[in-house]
Design a protein around this ligand. Sequence first.
Ligand code: SF4
Ligand code: SF4
Length: 69
Amino acid sequence: MSTDSQTLPVIDLDRCDGCGKCVLACPAKALSVAGAKVKVVHTNCEYCGECEAACPTGAIACPYDIVLG
Ligand code: SF4
Ligand code: SF4
């Protein structure tokens, strides 16, 4: 299987108000806020789902299951 692509959280920028709660919640420091909108820093993301749980507006989601093997 290719390892070139990486599954990342899906962000709905219309819902994001740039509060930064997901940035603080992310254990991998994979998120940042720029221009009052959140941004995923691809290479760090572990797809743990903490950002989805932390976002008060439902702007960030991890909709895919990870299947190993
Ligand atoms: S899924 Fe986890 S590692 Fe990835 S951006 Fe969200 S909190 Fe960070
Ligand atoms: S927690 Fe939600 S609203 Fe706040 S910066 Fe992150 S994605 Fe945007």
